[in-house]
Design a protein around this ligand. Structure first.
Ligand code: ARG
Ligand code: ZN
Length: 890
C-alpha cells in the first residue's frame, strides 16, 4: 500500500539517546538496545509503534521492568506507557538477527567475512526495533564486541572512547557520536581491514584524522580516494565555509553493496568500485567517479547529516543538493575552463539519457514525490540528477555569491534539524530578497511538484528593415501518470546570438540597453517574446547555453546554422549540442526512410567534414573532441521517436559509426598517433582526455578494418592491449577489438582474465565488456548465459550481477531487443531470480522495460508478456511489484 506525503504527521515519541551493544556473530548477532524516549507533547497521546524486520525478539523492558507488548505486522506496539511528569521513560529491547543470511544487503550483513551495515532508507529496523524515520534524531553510543582474531577492526560513528580485550579471544570497542542523527545514518563495520591514514589541519587549526579502510591486499589502491577526500574537505571550506566537524572521518570499502556509497556520520561505507584505484586496475572514468562519489558522501556531512530530511519525500533535499555540490566540486578541481565544460556536458548527457526517459515513462515522479510504495525505488535520476538541476537553476537565478549566502542562511536556520525542500528553497530566496528566485518562488517550486520534462519551443524572426531579431519562446509539458495538466515553469534560458560569420553579437534590447552576453532570460509564461535591436543580418540563436534548465529545446535550425554553431559558438555546451543535433537529424532520417535495411550511409558530407575539422582542430581539447565525435546513444535517439524499432536504431547508429570510421580513417590514424603516448600516468582531465580520444581513434580504426580488410590496426590494438602501462589504454584497446569483433579479441579476452583473475573490479569490466558487445549474429544472449556459468560469476554480488545482467539488459539494446523475445524472457527470469535474493537490485533490473509501450511490434507484445509474467509471480517484493505494476498501468 502506498505512503502519501500529505499524510505526514510528527512522531508521537522522540528518542533522545540510544545505547547499542552488539555481540557480533555471523549466524546470530545479539543486539541490546537501550533507549531513552519521551512523548511528543505536540501530538495526541497514542501507543508507541516501533519498526522491526526479520528480527528475533527476546526481551522488552520499560523502566527496567518486563512490559506487555503486541505485534502488529512488522511493528512492535507498546500501550500503557508510564506517564512520568516529562513523559520520558527507558526502553530496553533485546533482539538477535542473522547477518550471514542477509542477502538483501540492508541492515547488518556479512561480506567477505566482515560485517557491514546499510541503513538508508529503512535498514536500521533490520538491526533493532526503532522509530526508523529521519525526523527522529538521537545521540548514539555503540559498543561492539567480537572475536579479536577474525574482527580486529571495530568501527562505528563518531569517536572511539574505549577499547579492550574480553574473555575467549574477544575484544570490544566503544564509540560515541557527538552529533544527534537519524537512524539511517547509523553504521558499524567489523573485520580484517587495513587503513590508510592522513592527518590534516583545517583552516581554523583543528586537527583531523582521515582514514580509508580496505581489505589487506588493497592498500595500494587507496591513494586516489584519500586525495579526493582531502580535496573535498578543503573545497567545502573554501567554497561554502563548511568545515569538517569531526575529529575522525572514515571511509570503508566493501565489495557487496547495493548502491554507490553511503554517508553514515563519520563512517562512510563505499562500494569498492568507488574507492579502489591504481593505474594498473582502474580507468580514467573510475578515477573521476571516485573523486565525485568521495566528494558526494563527504558533502552529505552538511547537506544530509547536519541538516537532514523530515521524511523520505524530501529525499532530493539532500540528494539533489549534494549531487549539485559534487558536480561543482569536480568542476572546480579543473584547472582549464574547457575541462569544466567537458564535465558539464557529461553530466547533461547522463540527465538526458537516463532522467528524461524516466520523466516520460511509467515511473515518472516529481523531484519531491507525492507517494511511493517502496522508498528504495525512489533513489532515482529524477531525485538525484534532476534535483541537482533544480538547485543549479536556483544558483543561476541568485548568482554564485547569492547562492553561497543562501546556503549560509540555510544552516543558520536549520542546523541539527530534519526539514523539507520548501525550507531549503525559502532560505535561498530569503537570502536574496531582490532576486528573480525570491520574486518567483511559488512558481519556481513547481519544479518540485510537477513531474515531466518541459519542452521549450523557440522560433526566431529577423526583420531586415527594422534591424531587429525577435525570439518567441513557448513552453509545454506533457502529462505524466497522475498529473494531467502542468502549469508553466520558471525556466532560466541562457542565450546569445551568433553572427553568420560566427562572431558573437552584442545584445541590445528595445530600450537600447546593452545586456551582458550570455544573457539569461527568465521564462515564466506559456509563451513570450524578446526582441534584440541593431542586428544587421539574420543571426543564429544559441539558446539554453550551458544547459541552463532541464528542458528539451525545440528550434528549427537549418543544417548550416548548426554547422555555424558547431564551428563557432563561444558556449562549449551548445557547440557540442549542435553536433548532436546534426547527428540525431541524420539518424532520424535514416530510421524513417522506406529503405529496408536502413541506408548504409546516413551521414552527409557536411557532417563528416565538420567532424574532421573538430578532430583535427588545432586548439580544442582532446576530451571535448571525444565528446563531439561520440554519436548520440541509441537510448537518446529512441527518446526522439514515438515508435521505437530498437533493431533499426541500432543498425542506423552502427552504420553511422562505420561511416565515420571509414571516411575519417586518415584522421583517426593521425589522432591516434598524436594522442597515444601520454608519458607517466596521471588521471587529470587533460591527459585522460587524450587517452579517451586515442581509444576512440583505435576503435574506429578497428571498425574501419572490418570494411577495408586492414590488418595493421587490429594488430596495433592487440599490441597496445598487451603493452599498455595503464588500465585505460589496455581496456580501450581490448574494447576496440571486441567492438570490431576481430579474431584477436578471442585471444585477448582470456589473456585479460588471466592477468586480472584476482581483481574483482577488473573482472567486472571483463564481464561487462562481453555482455555489452555488439550483437552481429545473435550470439550475445548465449554468451551472457555462458558468462553466468563462469566460476567467477556470482549472482549475489551486486557488482557482478550488474556487470553481466544489466550490461546486457540495460546497456545493450541491439542485443537485448530480439525479435524472438528471448532477451525479454531472460530478463523476466533474472528479475524473478534476483528478487528472491536482493529485491533492490531486482527492482533496478525491472526498470529495463520501462519504455516498452514505445516499442514497435513484435517487441511491444513480447515485452508486455514478459512484464505480465513477472507481475504474475505470487510473492514478489514490494520493490519489484511497484515497478512492474506501474509499467503495466495505462
Ligand atoms: N545516500 C546514499 C547516497 O546517495 C544512497 C543510499 C541509497 N541506498 C539505498 N538502499 N537506497 O550517497
Ligand atoms: Zn547522496
Amino acid at each position: 500500500s502506498a505512503i502519501h506525503r500529505a499524510d505526514y504527521t510528527a512522531p508521537a515519541f522522540w528518542i533522545d539517546t540510544v545505547e547499542l551493544c552488539f555481540d557480533l556473530d555471523p549466524a546470530k548477532t545479539r543486539v541490546l538496545n537501550k533507549m531513552r524516549l519521551r512523548r511528543n507533547a505536540d501530538v495526541p497521546a497514542q501507543p508507541l509503534r516501533l519498526d522491526g524486520e526479520e528480527l528475533n525478539l527476546a526481551r522488552v523492558l520499560v523502566n527496567g521492568q518486563g512490559a506487555s507488548f503486541k505485534m502488529d505486522g512488522n511493528q512492535l506496539v507498546l500501550e500503557n506507557l508510564p506517564a512520568a511528569e516529562d513523559g520520558a521513560f527507558d526502553l530496553e529491547i533485546f533482539t538477535t538477527c542473522c547477518p550471514a543470511k542477509n542477502t538483501k544487503l540492508m541492515g547488518l550483513y556479512v561480506s567477505n567475512d566482515s560485517f557491514f551495515t546499510q541503513c538508508e532508507a529503512e535498514g536500521f529496523r533490520r538491526i533493532t526495533y526503532f522509530l526508523d524515520r529521519p525526523d527522529v534524531m538521537a545521540s548514539y553510543t555503540v559498543t561492539l564486541r567480537a572475536d579479536k582474531a577474525k574482527y580486529p577492526v571495530l568501527l562505528s560513528n563518531g569517536n572511539l572512547v574505549e577499547q579492550g580485550t574480553l574473555d575467549d579471544g574477544r575484544h570490544f570497542a566503544k564509540w560515541v557520536d557527538p552529533f544527534k542523527k537519524p537512524s539511517y545514518l547509523f553504521a558499524l563495520v567489523a573485520g580484517q581491514l587495513v587503513g590508510r591514514e592522513q592527518r590534516i589541519t583545517a583552516r581554523n587549526g583543528r586537527e583531523h584524522l582521515l582514514q580509508v579502510f580496505v581489505r589487506p591486499g588493497d592498500l595500494d589502491k587507496t591513494e586516489h580516494a584519500m586525495n579526493s577526500l582531502m580535496a573535498s574537505v578543503a573545497w567545502d571550506e573554501a567554497r561554502f565555509g563548511l568545515p569538517l566537524d569531526l575529529e575522525r572521518f572514515m571511509i570503508v570499502a566493501t565489495s557487496d553493496f547495493n548502491m554507490g556509497a553511503m554517508e553514515n556520520k563519520g563512517l562512510n561505507i563505499f562500494n569498492t568500485k568507488y574507492v579502489l584505484a591504481n593505474q594498473a586496475t582502474a580507468t580514467d572514468t573510475d578515477y573521476s567517479n571516485i573523486e565525485s562519489v568521495v566528494g558526494h558522501e563527504y558533502f552529505h556531512n552538511w547537506t544530509g547529516n547536519r541538516v537532514t530530511c523530515r521524511d523520505w519525500f524530501q529525499l532530493s533535499l539532500k540528494e539533489g543538493l549534494t549531487v549539485f555540490r559534487d558536480q561543482e566540486f569536480s568542476q572546480d578541481l579543473c584547472r582549464e575552463p574547457s575541462a569544466r565544460a567537458v564535465k558539464r556536458i557529461e553530466d547533461v548527457r547522463v540527465l538526458r539519457t537516463a532522467q528524461f526517459p524516466e520523466d516520460a515513462g511509467p515511473m515518472a515522479h516529481p523531484v519531491r514525490p507525492d507517494s511511493y510504495i517502496e522508498i528504495n525505488n525512489f533513489y532515482t535520476v529524477t531525485i538525484y540528477e534532476k534535483g541537482a538541476e533544480v538547485v543549479r537553476m536556483m544558483q543561476t537565478l541568485v548568482g554564485r555569491e547569492g547562492f553561497a549566502k543562501g546556503m549560509t542562511l540555510y544552516f543558520e536556520r536549520f542546523d541539527g534539524q530534519a526539514v523539507t525542500c520548501d525550507d531549503f528553497a525559502q532560505a535561498i530566496a530569503d537570502a536574496n530578497p531582490d532576486s528573480d528566485l525570491a520574486r518567483l518562488l511559488p512558481q519556481f517550486k513547481r519544479w518540485y511538484s510537477q513531474a515531466g520534462t518541459p519542452r521549450v519551443h523557440a522560433s526566431g524572426s529577423f526583420d531586415a528593415a527594422a534591424r531587429t531579431y525577435t525570439l518567441t519562446l513557448g513552453q509545454s509539458c506533457a502529462p505524466t501518470p497522475g498529473q494531467a495538466v502542468k502549469e508553466p515553469f520558471v525556466i532560466p534560458v541562457s542565450l546569445g546570438l551568433v553572427g553568420a560569420d560566427g562572431r558573437e553579437l552584442a545584445l541590445r534590447t528595445m530600450d537600447g540597453n546593452t545586456v551582458p552576453s550570455p544573457y539569461t532570460f527568465v521564462m515564466t509564461q506559456a509563451s513570450e517574446t524578446l526582441t534584440f535591436v541593431d542586428i544587421d543580418a539574420e543571426p543564429v540563436p544559441s539558446i539554453l547555453r550551458g544547459f541552463s534548465a532541464p528542458v528539451v529545446l525545440e528550434f528549427d535550425y537549418s543544417d548550416e546554422q548548426l554547422l555555424t554553431l558547431l564551428a563557432n559558438d563561444i558556449d562549449p555546451f551548445n557547440r557540442w549540442e549542435a553536433g548532436q543535433r546534426l547527428a540525431v537529424r541524420s539518424a532520424l532520417k535514416a530510421i524513417a526512410a522506406v529503405a529496408d535495411p536502413a541506408p548504409l550511409q546516413p551521414l552527409n558530407t557536411a557532417y563528416i567534414d565538420a567532424m574532421r575539422s573538430v578532430l583535427r582542430h588545432p586548439t580544442l581539447d582532446a576530451a571535448f573532441k571525444e565528446l563531439v565525435l561520440t554519436l548520440p546513444s541509441e537510448t537518446y535517439i529512441a527518446e526522439q521517436l514515438d515508435v521505437v524499432d530498437p533493431q533499426r536504431i541500432h543498425a542506423v547508429r552502427e552504420a553511422m559509426r562505420g561511416q565515420l570510421a571509414v571516411a575519417l580513417t586518415d584522421d583517426w590514424a593521425w589522432a591516434f598517433d598524436a594522442h597515444a603516448d601520454n608519458g607517466a600516468y596521471q588521471p587529470d582531465p587533460l591527459s585522460s582526455g587524450r587517452r579517451a580520444l586515442a581509444g576512440m581513434a583505435l576503435t574506429h580504426l578497428c571498425l574501419a578494418a572490418r570494411t577495408t580488410g586492414d590488418v595493421v590496426w587490429p594488430g596495433k590494438a592487440y599490441q597496445r592491449f598487451k603493452d599498455a602501462g595503464n588500465m585505460t589504454d589496455r581496456f580501450n584497446a581490448l574494447a576496440a577489438l571486441v567492438a570490431s569483433d576481430h579474431a584477436l579479441a578471442a585471444q585477448a579476452l582470456p589473456r585479460f582474465h588471466a592477468m586480472f583473475k584476482d581483481e574483482a573490479l577488473v573482472l567486472d569490466k571483463w564481464f561487462a565488456l562481453q555482455a555489452g558487445a555488439p550483437d552481429r549474429a545473435g550470439n550475445i544472449l548465449p554468451a551472457v548465459r555462458q558468462l553466468m556459468k563462469h566460476p567467477d560469476f556470482n549472482l549475489r554480488n551486486p557488482n557482478r550481477a550488474r556487470s553481466v545482467i544489466f550490461s546486457y539488459c540495460s546497456a545493450n539494446p541491439g542485443a537485448f531487443h530480439r525479435p524472438d523475445a528471448a532477451g525479454y524472457v531472460f530478463w523476466s527470469d533474472r528479475v524473478i531470480e534476483l528478487d528472491g535474493i536482493n529485491p533492490q537490485v531486482a527492482a533496478r533490473l525491472a526498470r529495463a522495460l520501462d519504455r516498452w509501450k514505445k516499442l514497435t511490434e513484435p517487441y511491444r507484445s513480447a515485452a508486455r508478456e514478459a512484464l505480465v509474467r513477472v507481475a504474475a509471480k505470487a510473492d514478489l517484493s514490494n520493490d519489484v511489484r511497484e515497478v512492474v505494476t506501474r509499467a503495466l498501468a495505462d
